[in-house]
Design a protein around this ligand. Structure first.
Ligand SMILES: Cc1ncc(COP(=O)(O)O)c(C=O)c1O
Length: 445
């Protein structure tokens, strides 16, 4: 048969995050009990006023403006201006059905090779490759797998140049999926200065920026809305994580008001007009409320952060106590442990890649976590990539949608006010992890 799809598209695979959901469903269908730490989908109840606004807007069926509703762009601009302490005009904002298509559009339309920190979120690499771009991994600090040094930036850049490529795009993501790490102000400065010196356009994915466990870190960002054309930083964010509304599909990009920024913004708009047209109308109306800086919304964002913090740090402590090599997360809802302290036992079991480890955990221990390789981790690299897994805490709260709304608001409130809370699914996850480590300790060597 002649080729049905072109050779670039033939390399696309179902995203590992969606694939693990299918594996979990299959195991559950076979009657197995599986603790799901594999999917990063926030599941708290949606803030009441936002939910109400969405219901009220359900009769809005017209196509929205390509750039997004003006009131929503105003809300996004002032929310971020407040967070970052810089001026942002609504004209700098483009709204889309999620930040994922915006990132896809940016990788597609911008010119040059791409620098990505290793590890990085699962979708960047396929997006970059699909756009026909060359990707170069920037190695991160072995201790936290996230801090980026000037020397690693330079050596990656030089490697690209030696292969005849010119990096013109870099993406960073803080708080990070998969590590949960938050960049320090000085690390951000290093990256920003490096990109400026090499005329690299820097995309800063700040989808988790509200969920910083230390509130003072929320404003750490390379984005400063400058009109200086020698420095181009584009910020992306959205509704999915803080507001537990991934399925509503609202994301945004903010462009600098420089000449270059304007060229990119207009090209993204043209791309959007030919591709997705606009984000969903009811979700856009609801988002005006979500991004507001009203007292109620600020309280909601604080409670969400408090609960993610509580649960994620508890899982982190448990992993550490079990002897795994794990960095302390500073935000989002992920931990990124390495099972390298048990490498001898794992080798004995024939587990030699992070995908083997992930499959063994689902099969033998009823635990689903994504392999490091899904995040660009090198199974054969010097940094124990083959023993890394990303664990998400977002499914550890409620059994179903009824529980989510019946118990969720109260849980958020109690956690934010420092009251004692019980998270039975977290306890169950910790028990299953303990069981997995016990199995490893008992491997006959
Ligand atoms: C780091 C990161 N960026 C972007 C996204 C995309 O989010 P959305 O398209 O829902 O805005 C995700 C979702 O998992 C993510 O983890």
């Amino acid at each position: 048969m002649a080729n049905v799809v072109n050779s670039t598209s033939a390399k696309l695979k179902i995203s590992p995050t969606l694939e693990i959901n299918e594996l979990v469903s299959k195991a559950r269908g076979e009657g197995k009990h599986v603790v799901h730490l594999g999917f990063g989908e926030a599941t708290f109840p949606i803030q009441r006023e936002v939910l109400h606004a969405h219901k009220e807007a359900s009769k809005e069926t017209s196509y929205m403006p390509v750039a997004g509703l003006e009131d929503l762009r105003t809300s996004i601009a002032s929310f971020n201006a407040d967070r970052l302490g810089v001026n942002i005009s609504p004209d700098q904002v483009v709204v889309a059905p999620g930040s994922k298509p915006l990132l896809f559009a940016l990788f597609d339309i911008l010119d040059g090779a791409v620098l990505l920190p290793r590890p990085s979120w699962v979708s960047y690499e396929p997006q970059v490759l699909h756009a026909g771009k060359k990707l170069f991994w920037v190695e991160t600090d072995a201790a936290d797998r996230h801090t980026i040094s000037e020397s690693s930036l330079l050596s990656t850049y030089e490697k690209a140049v030696s292969e005849g490529q010119v990096p013109r795009i870099m993406l960073v993501n803080s708080p990070s999926n998969p590590t949960g790490h938050v960049f320090s102000a000085s690390c951000v400065q290093t990256i920003k200065e490096f990109c400026k010196s090499k005329e690299i356009i820097l995309i800063t994915d700040e989808i988790y920026s509200d969920i910083c466990f230390d509130e003072s870190q929320k404003g750490i960002s390379p984005f400063d809305s400058t009109t200086d054309d020698s420095e181009t930083v584009i910020l992306t964010g959205g509704l999915s994580k803080t507001y537990s509304a991934g399925g509503w599909r609202v994301g945004y990009a903010i462009f600098p008001p420089s000449e270059k920024g304007e060229i990119i913004r207009k090209t993204v708009l043209a791309y959007a007009s030919e591709c997705w047209s606009a984000a969903s109308a009811p979700a856009q109306f609801a988002s005006i409320k979500a991004f507001s800086t009203s007292e109620d919304m600020c309280t909601y964002r604080k409670s969400v952060t408090a609960l993610h913090r509580y649960c994620t740090l508890k899982l982190y402590s448990a992993l550490k106590e079990l002897g795994l090599d794990v960095g302390q997360p500073g935000g989002a809802f992920y931990v990124y442990p390495s099972f390298s302290p048990y490498s001898t036992q794992l080798n004995k079991l024939g587990i030699i890649t992070s995908a083997d480890l992930s499959a063994w955990l689902i099969r033998e221990c009823g635990l689903a976590a994504l392999p490091g390789s899904a995040f660009g981790e090198d199974d054969n690299g010097p940094l124990h990539g083959r023993f890394r897994l990303r664990m998400a805490t977002s499914y550890l709260y409620f059994q179903n949608e009824v529980d989510r709304y019946e118990e969720g608001y109260d849980l958020l409130k109690r956690c934010a006010s420092g009251e004692e809370i019980q998270l039975p699914y977290l306890e169950e996850a910790i028990k299953s992890l303990g069981n997995a480590v016990w199995k490893l300790k008992n491997v006959r060597l």
